[in-house]
Ligand binder design. Structure first.
Ligand code: ADP
Ligand code: MG
Length: 820
């Protein structure tokens, strides 16, 4: 376990004004705020691993703060160095340097290669990449077309940026040239704080792979030697100041928000990590791209150093305090770095080794430099293809995933629609099966089915009854989604205003605007971003709808039975009435008497009244739409009957004299049962009796009428409910069609991607063939070379033998000549 190395660097003052109130005093590794006359202000003194004053050079900063990390990276440890501070405090100056004083990146690159040169027993493969995070989007600085890249995680590679261009390099100059190229693509913003202020975070990354050189005499290069893979991140963060000071608006403001988001998350992560392992809890690395990429460097397997740059001017005191507090918290973080040794194929070096080694052996001795270049080119080509393949594979995987999700969603929607359709048709069937119980059901069914066909038409009679409010609430939850989604859930962790305020002593002004940050449009129905929570909500909603529909069906059934029951009770009443009349008539022997006339008139009126009621009920059951009109008709009819009855009674009372034979019957009929009633009294009794009866009938009628009204109201409510259901149903259908469309679109895309993949594979094959040909040529060349060598050797031996022969000849001829 080792602590993160934290240093503070004070940039030279650019203001010609002398200090009026306070100044930052640097003494050894301590920085403190002093009053003008020299006394320190209590509570504002900080100690760090190093504090660099205004006169410090980048060389010194590199030497003391970063060098060890760089060397460790060559030895297989992950390493990260990043610069934090407000705009114009010297972050870029520290990382990139100036013409006269090279920055940390430049020095690190040179140092890596110098160190490699010194290690003779290992071979290295180095690749570099350069990216920026701008508006929470990752862009490739080596390749402008690689924009909005995604972060992925795999067992083999850990956290990586998919599609990011990596270049294999074999010397420092190559890297520096690439960085220069990348700088051109950076987003520079003009604010009134710093004309060339970067509004983006940049990460320069070196992946260093190394392997012990093969000392095995047998030349078995495939021995299971572990490969070290380390990642070195050199990060230049965007300004940490509040936006208000930059005078930012419009585009700048948007940039600022994202910068703050990333820095806020970084602050939160540092804050959590500084709390110590026990209290730590969840660390929100995933809340921003920056922290996700730097995850291993923060609180993980990495040696990390942070340089916090500050501006000495008095106007910046508040921001400087914030930077120093950030630095203090970062100082408490401990990391646990270890050499990354891997045995799998994840190491590029391992994957490329055999082929490259083969080539190298074959090419040894001949035009070494050109051929080294060729090898490098080949290596880069291979890497490019690998990256391309990986990118395509990721895209394919994502496409498959979203395809699956959409499929699932469609299935659920289809089920929902089927359920609804089943319910609707079930209720229709139910009504059909009960058709025999009365024509009212038939009419009800027709109306329902008709309404589903002519959905736009006005509903004359509703089919169901329900509490409309309950539905409206659910419907609004479901369909009237806001135009813009709220902040993503994960981000709510981050927007911890208190923490940030504490961390920065209250000068993080962008918290308000943060509320508006990711203006992510959402569709009214599931698209690519369907979440399981949304699914669960929809399923719940579906269940609720089902419940409501079944309740409605029960209620509708009850309502349908009302007219039938009413008609039955009217029938009963009619029977009782006819019984009474026949009894009364049996007492009247003389058909011509006034009592008989009165009775027949009453019987007629009664019959007519009951017929009217029966007609009304049968009409109500046949056609509910006309029930309101019928009510009016019945009222009219009733009035007429009432008047008729009154006039009959009056005419009887005024014109007729009572006959003695009827007296007894009258006396019996008289409800008062008083036989001694006088004739006038009897008539009055009769009249009273009849009017009482009429009143009872009227009351019953009004009761029935009220009941009908009530039922009609219930039916109207049901109709509205049914309408809503119909609308809902239509919407679901539309959504389903939309989803179908989306699925077919993505299938097309998928096939396109598959085609592309095939093309790339074809290219790859061609390249492999090309390389094989090249190898073949080299082989031929080697064979030719060997045969030439052989012929040269034989030539040489010929010459030697000839020389030998000549020499012996000479030696023989010389003594001979001497002898002569
Ligand atoms: P930042 O990246 O933090 O916004 P810069 O690195 O661009 O700030 O610095 C702002 C200005 O200050 C630049 O002109 C830079 O050259 C200058 N500067 C910063 N630090 C130093 C330093 N230590 N020595 C000399 N000049 C510096
Ligand atoms: Mg900068």
């Amino acid at each position: 376990m080792e602590k993160i190395c934290v240093a503070v660097r004070v940039r030279p003052s650019v203001s010609s004004e002398s200090f009026n109130g306070a100044y930052w005093n640097v003494e050894d590794n301590r920085i403190s705020l002093h009053r003008l006359h020299g006394t320190p202000i209590s509570g504002l003194s900080y100690t760090f691993d190093h504090v660099f004053d205004e006169s410090s050079t980048n060389a010194r900063v590199y030497e003391l703060l970063t060098k060890d990390i760089i060397h460790a990276a060559v030895d297989g440890f992950n390493g990260t160095a990043f610069a934090y501070g407000q705009t114009s405090s010297g972050k870029t100056f520290t990382m990139n340097g100036s013409e006269t004083d090279a920055g940390i990146i430049n020095r690190a690159v040179k140092d890596v290669f110098a160190k490699i040169q010194m290690i003779s027993d290992r071979e290295f493969l180095i690749r570099v990449s350069y990216m920026e995070i701008y508006n929470e989007e990752i862009n490739d600085l080596f390749s402008v077309e690689n924009q909005k890249l995604q972060i992925h995680e795999s067992l083999e590679r850990g956290i990586f940026v998919s599609g990011l261009r990596e270049e294999i390099v074999n010397n420092a100059e190559q890297v520096l040239k690439l960085i220069e190229l990348g700088e051109v693509n950076r987003h520079f913003g003009e604010t009134n704080m710093n004309v060339r202020s970067s509004r983006s975070h940049t990460i320069f990354r070196m992946v260093i792979e190394s392997k012990g050189k093969d000392t095995n005499s047998s030349g078995d290069s495939s021995s299971v030697d572990a490969i070290r893979v380390s990642v070195l991140n050199l990060v230049d963060l965007a300004g940490s100041e509040r936006i208000a000071k930059t005078g930012a608006d419009g585009v700048r403001l948007k940039e600022g928000k994202h910068i703050n988001k990333s820095l806020m998350v970084l602050g939160n992560v540092i804050n959590k990590l500084s709390e110590g392992a026990k209290q730590r809890g969840h660390i929100p690395y995933r809340d921003s791209k920056l922290t996700r990429i730097l995850q291993p460097a923060l609180g993980g397997n990495a040696k990390t150093s942070i340089i916090c740059t500050i501006a000495p001017e008095e106007v910046h005191i508040e921001e400087t305090k914030g930077t120093l507090q950030f630095a203090s918290r970062a100082k408490r973080i401990t990391n646990c770095a270890q050499v990354n040794e891997i045995l799998t194929d994840a190491a590029l070096l391992k994957r490329q080794k055999l082929e490259i080694e083969d080539l190298r052996k074959k090419l040894q001795g001949s035009h070494a430099e050109v051929l080294e270049q060729e090898i490098l080119k080949l290596r880069n080509d291979m890497l490019k293809y690998e990256l391309e393949r990986e990118k395509l594979a990721t895209e394919l995987e994502e496409e498959r995933k979203s395809h699956k999700e959409r499929d699932q969603c469609i299935r659920e929607q289809q089920m929902k629609i089927d359920n609804l359709s089943n319910l609707v048709s079930f209720s229709d069937l139910d009504r059909n099966s009960n058709q025999g119980q009365g024509s009212a059901r038939q009419s009800l069914k027709e109306e329902c089915s008709e309404s589903s066909v002519h959905q736009g038409d006005a509903f004359s009679t509703p089919c169901f009854k329900a509490d409309p409010k309950a539905f409206v609430v659910k419907r609004s939850n479901y369909s009237t989604l806001p135009d813009y989604s709220p902040l993503p859930d994960t981000f709510s962790n981050v927007a911890d205003e208190d923490t940030w305020q504490k961390m920065n002593k209250g000068y993080m002004a962008d918290l308000d605007s943060l509320q508006m940050t990711p203006a992510r449009k959402v569709q009214s129905f599931p698209s690519n971003d369907i979440t399981p929570r949304k699914h669960a909500e929809q399923i719940m909603l579906n269940h609720q709808l089902m419940d409501e529909i079944s309740k409605l069906q029960q209620e509708a059934k009850l309502i349908q039975e009302i007219p039938q029951r009413l008609s039955e009770s009217v029938g009963n009443c009619k029977d009782v009435y006819e019984d009474i009349l026949s009894i009364v008539q049996s007492f009247v022997s003389d058909g011509e008497s006034s009592t008989a006339k009165l009775l027949s008139s009453t019987s007629e009126i009664g019959k007519s009244l009951f017929t009217t009621l029966e007609t009304h009920f049968s009409m109500a059951m046949d056609d509910r739409s006309s029930s309101t009109g019928n009510n009016f008709l019945i009222q009219e009819q009733c009035k007429v009957l009432y008047e008729k009855l009154n006039s009959t009674i009056t005419s009887l009372v005024s014109s007729e004299t009572p006959s003695s034979e009827n007296e007894e019957a009258r006396a019996q009929l008289c409800s008062c049962g008083n036989k001694g009633c006088t004739q006038g009294g009897e008539t009055a009794c009769w009249k009273e009796e009849l009017s009482n009866e009429l009143n009872t009938i009227k009351e019953r009628y009004y009761g029935l009428e009220k009941e009908l009204d009530h039922n009609n109201q219930l039916l109207v409510v049901s109709k509205e409910r049914y309408d809503s259901l119909e609308r809902e149903f239509r919407l679901l259908k539309e959504d389903r069609d939309l989803l179908h469309q989306m699925v077919s679109d993505s299938s097309q895309k998928l096939s396109l991607v598959t085609d592309q993949k095939e093309n790339v594979l074809k290219d790859l094959n061609t390249e492999v063939r090309r390389r094989k040909n090249l190898e073949e040529e080299i082989k031929q060349f080697s064979v030719a070379f060997a045969s030439r060598q052989r012929s040269l050797a034989s030539f040489h031996s010929d010459i030697n033998s000839n020389c030998e022969k000549l020499r012996t000849q000479c030696l023989v001829s010389l003594p001979k000549s001497r002898g002569c």
